[in-house]
Design a binder for this molecule. Structure first.
Ligand code: F6P
Length: 363
């Protein structure tokens, strides 16, 4: 087994509350318990491609536990296998993995801690295939990473979305309106399901259950007839009409994951207003779900995950993804999680509980 003396750490993909808490836990455990050298790689895999790295000491990771974003910077557009370069005035994509391997060797990195989502784990898998020991830490507000019951950042996003849904409740009820709140989550409805249940939303729309607009309007109109002249709709950005497509906000061809969803809330709101005659407004929460201070649960999870990443490395484990199963922090082969999404199963108990308390899921 190769001894571990010096490790690289990077944060990749979209930013997420709790990234700094993981960086702190990784660096402090590595420095204090094992006397390792810790090298921070800037802006995710872009820093590896461009050899932008800096040593992290106790001082540089102090006072960052509660900080949103990432002190290392991140990037959700670059993959070493398709790095955009200008050739004769035109952008061409080149594979620069070999260059990354040279920098890993030149910087004497014995292992990499990769904090990221499914796309980042897929890139890390490439490096694992070339003999680099990568330990993954599952990050995303979407909670859609395969192999773990929960990712850090999710609890904060749910808390922000729940707060927003609670706040629009008062306006909806005072003005007898329907309020549609669009939340993030890509192709998974975890944020919508949890914040919708936590806020008592009347209608929850998730990508895993394509909806029938008639069912939604019947629910809104039925509430109105029963003297409830307002409704709250929590809609995940990836939701779609039965037989319809997801609504794409824009396409970024430079990104390995080029589709950016958004706009379903507006469509649903317009349809509800036209069909029921009840004034309907939309709010798209967007990136405020990703920003700011992580809630306590995410700080705890991030600290457990970061610590476990180093403990795994020092126990001689190779290329593992730290995961949470039930209430236990454990690990799986990193390559298992690459390019897979964990969607909500249709028989999920929270959907059943929601239906039992009268929540409409649009079907
Ligand atoms: O994966 C996190 C996430 O916030 C998704 O919920 C959302 O679809 C996407 O990232 C937005 O990406 P960007 O920050 O590039 O707009």
């Amino acid at each position: 087994m190769k001894d571990i003396h010096r490790i690289g750490i990077l944060t990749a993909g979209g930013d997420c509350p709790g990234l700094n808490a993981v960086i702190r836990a990784v660096a402090k455990t590595a420095l204090r318990k094992y006397d390792l050298e810790v090298i921070g790689i800037e802006d995710g895999f872009l820093g590896l491609i461009q050899n932008r790295m800096r040593p992290l000491d106790n001082e540089s990771v102090s006072n960052i536990l509660t900080l949103g974003g990432t002190i290392l910077g991140t990037n959700n557009k670059i993959a070493p296998r398709r790095y955009p370069m200008k050739v004769n005035g035109k952008i061409e994509f080149r594979d620069v993995t070999d260059r990354c391997m040279e920098y890993i060797a030149a910087n004497k990195l014995d292992a990499l801690v990769v904090i990221g989502g499914d796309g980042s784990m897929s890139i890390a898998s490439d490096f694992v295939g070339m003999g680099v020991n990568c330990i993954g830490v599952p990050k995303t507000i979407d909670n859609d990473l395969y192999g773990t019951d929960v990712t850090f950042g999710f609890a904060t996003a749910v808390s922000v979305a729940t707060d927003a849904l609670d706040r629009v409740h008062t306006t909806a009820s005072s003005h007898h309106r329907v309020m549609v709140v669009e939340v993030m989550g890509r192709n998974a409805g975890w944020i919508a399901l949890h914040s919708g249940i936590a806020s008592g939303s009347d209608i929850i729309l998730i990508p895993e259950i394509p909806f029938d607009i008639e069912v939604i309007c019947d629910c809104v109109a039925g509430r109105s007839r029963r003297g409830r002249a307002f409704s709250i709709v929590c809609v995940a950005e990836g939701s779609r009409y039965q037989g319809g497509e997801q609504v794409v906000n824009h396409v970024d061809p430079t990104s390995p994951d080029p589709i950016r969803l958004g706009g379903i809330g507006q469509k649903v709101a317009a349809d509800i207003e036209t069909r029921t005659g009840i004034e309907t407004r939309t709010i798209t929460l967007g990136h405020i779900q990703r920003g700011g201070t992580p809630v306590a649960a995410d700080r705890v999870l991030a600290t457990e995950f970061g610590n476990q990443a180093i403990e795994l490395l020092m126990a001689g484990e190779k290329s593992r993804l730290v995961v949470m199963k039930g209430r236990t922090v454990t690990h799986i082969p990193l390559q298992e999680a690459a390019n897979k999404q964990r969607l909500i199963p249709p028989d999920h108990p929270l959907i059943a509980a929601g239906r039992n308390v009268g929540t409409c899921f649009g079907n």
